[in-house]
Design a protein around this ligand. Structure first.
Ligand code: BTN
Length: 255
């Protein structure tokens, strides 16, 4: 089940110099994690046509018919200042948004924290798992038809094909995601956090709006004045300004 049928070697800096492509696997995240005992595997990407046990957030299952989506995981050994789920989730989400924008006329946005949505439909989920190494898993719906998403009882899900009205070359999309991930990760490793922060803010698209921030133990409301890796700055109706750490915000949406 885990014999790779293809290996790509991309001319990248840090991510995707080796890409193992599987016909069928239990979960690309599981496979990437199984390679974490060898630091030489840093940056390796696992891609699958089909997952038999794809995993999502909150122990959910990630469903995708064979050959319809981009299912991939990247194994990283990030330096300490990059080992933040909020940052890594944003990194992956922005790379997916940049790819979608590049291959289509669609307008992707990040739905805090780990979804990419288009016209309110979720097209991509991201699962960051930290153990011996860090695994960033990306599931992007590409060629599912609107009918197949409805038949799978996924009314809130979309795919690039269903939204754009045409099919996409999945391998080309996968390669573009990897190139964007590599570019952005290299910038982060070189200490440039600002470029990603700017794209992230723009893709979340809530600056200046009244928002509801659902935190672990409470719900906060206010106008979102600023957001960055250090803090989100909100203003209550009475004018009081307060801050939230990105990590404490479970959901953020327009009020
Ligand atoms: C979510 O939105 O719940 C996150 C979904 C993440 C799914 C991807 S598909 C590739 C990788 N392998 C997995 O088992 N999960 C992630």
């Amino acid at each position: 089940m885990t014999a790779s049928h293809e290996e790509w070697k991309l001319p990248t800096c840090r991510i995707g110099r080796r890409v193992l492509v599987f016909e069928q696997i239990d979960s690309t995240n599981n496979y990437a994690a199984s390679l974490a005992d060898n630091p030489a595997n840093a940056g390796i990407v696992i891609v699958a046509e089909e997952q038999l046990a794809g995993r999502g957030q909150y122990r959910r299952t990630w469903l995708c018919p064979p050959g319809d989506g981009v299912l991939m995981s990247v194994l990283l050994f990030p330096p300490a200042d990059l080992r933040r789920p909020a940052l890594l989730t944003a990194w992956a989400a922005v790379a997916v948004c940049d790819t979608i924008q590049q291959v289509s006329d669609l307008e992707p946005r990040i739905k805090w924290p780990n979804d990419v949505v288009i016209d309110g439909k979720k097209v991509c989920g991201i699962l960051i798992e930290q153990g011996r190494g860090t695994v960033a898993g990306i599931g992007l719906n590409v060629n599912q038809s609107a009918e197949s998403l409805a038949a799978a009882n996924l009314p809130l899900a979309g795919s690039l094909a269903a939204l754009a009205g045409r099919r996409f070359d999945r391998e080309a999309v996968t390669r573009q995601v990897i190139l964007h991930l590599d570019d952005a990760y290299d910038r982060l490793c070189n200490g440039d956090f600002d470029t990603l922060e700017t794209s992230w803010k723009q893709r979340v698209g809530l600056l200046g709006e009244r928002v509801v921030a659902e935190c672990q133990d409470r719900t906060e409301r206010g106008r979102l004045l600023e957001m960055g890796w250090k803090a989100l700055t909100l203003e209550r109706r009475g004018g009081e300004v307060f801050h939230l750490q990105p990590e404490e915000v479970r959901h953020l949406e327009s009020a």
